[in-house]
Design a protein around this ligand. Structure first.
Ligand SMILES: [Zn+2]
Ligand SMILES: [Zn+2]
Length: 357
């Protein structure tokens, strides 16, 4: 018995040693398998027929290891749309198998830097992955023309390099960059259809993010399923009307009591400029409880909180962030992180929550 144990222990040591000696070869073989699987993966084709919300960026301008800049992808049937392009969003899509090469149109809620700073990368990956011959259409209220023109100008030299290096057949020059598709700011209380095709309707509505104007949110309808994306806003009654009865409300959320702790810390550290900014930001965002109140008043099937402020690096902070939410809204509540996926299949009323990894 003792001898058998000694032989087994020796085998383990020899195997561990061999594994250590050949670690580069073993890792390379595993890498080849993983790359092969990634090349053939089609996450969109794997989804059930329906309307889906994929969180490509759940965060805000504040650095957060699991929440990139604001970016929400909407999959309706086999068609892919993106709302806002915060930094890191396009890379998250690529990494998790929702290829930017499939984006048909992008919608911007407002022109704050954190919602547009990933636009150049999003358009670049859509072009090089998808081989499009037309630029990425970017829909937003009037003013988007300036944003798009600036990005196209900044990326002009890169467009040239890509075509010169890979060839016109691989990256058709006509597909470089973006094309602005401005629409008139919807009047208060008058949501406006801004995109419609093959049973997919996108409706824009006015929100309140003063002094940031224009600022809108979007509602997507497809096959009897529906979702609303709030954009950045305070809790406004109009959101209840446009959200009434939808399956999913994706609402921004800022926990003002936690931001208050950051403000106090900044002031105590003598960082007065940061303290002033932290004092200002709660007044044009909604708290988790306010978002939940809208979800309850509108009778939505599920609430997803995104644009999470502040970051929540400790396990218990999620509970602190959600303090009071369950007292006003009894449906399912998700605090989004990068990769969160909410599916609304067409063949049932179910709302499925998951995460791509
Ligand atoms: Zn924002
Ligand atoms: Zn904003």
């Amino acid at each position: 018995m003792k001898r058998a144990l000694m032989v087994a222990a020796l085998c383990v040591v020899v195997l561990a040693g061999a594994g250590w000696l050949f670690r580069a070869e073993l890792a390379t073989a595993a890498f080849a398998r993983a790359v092969g699987a990634a090349m053939t993966a089609d996450r969109i084709a794997d989804l059930p027929a329906g309307l889906h919300l994929f969180v490509c960026g759940a965060g805000s301008p504040l650095p957060d290891p699991i929440r990139s800049g604001p970016c929400l992808a909407v999959i309706a049937g086999d068609r892919l749309f993106v709302v806002d392009a915060g930094s890191g969003g396009a890379r998250n899509m690529q990494r998790l198998g929702i290829s930017p090469g499939r984006i048909e149109a992008l919608f911007v809620t407002h022109f704050h830097s954190d919602h547009i700073d990933g636009l150049g990368e999003m358009a670049m990956l859509r072009w090089t992955n998808g081989g499009w011959n037309t630029p990425l259409p970017v829909h937003a209220p009037a003013g988007i023309e300036r944003v798009v023109a600036g990005f196209n100008r900044a990326y002009g030299q890169d467009f040239y390099y890509r075509v010169a290096h890979h060839g016109r057949d691989v990256v058709p020059p006509g597909g470089a960059g973006m094309e602005a598709q401005p629409f008139a700011m919807p009047e208060a209380g008058l949501p406006q259809v801004v995109w419609e095709e093959d049973g997919i309707t996108v409706t824009a509505f006015r929100v309140a993010h003063h002094p940031v104007e224009p600022a809108v949110g979007y509602r997507f309808d497809y096959g009897g399923r529906s979702l609303v994306i709030s954009g950045d806003t305070t809790a406004v009654a109009e959101l209840v009307e446009v959200t009434r009865g939808v399956d999913l409300l994706a609402h921004e959320a800022l926990a003002s009591h936690l931001v208050g702790i950051m403000e106090d810390a900044a002031r105590a550290a003598g960082q007065d400029r940061l303290a002033k900014i932290l004092l200002d930001i709660p007044d044009y965002h909604a708290t988790p409880v306010e978002a939940a109140e809208i979800a309850a008043a509108a009778g939505v099937g599920a609430l997803l909180l995104y644009h999470i402020v502040p970051p929540l690096p400790l396990p218990g902070l999620r509970s602190a962030f959600l303090q009071g939410v369950d007292e006003v809204y009894s449906g399912p509540v998700t605090v989004a992180r990068d990769g969160t996926l909410v599916s609304m299949p067409l063949d049932s009323n179910r709302i499925q929550h998951g995460r791509l990894r």
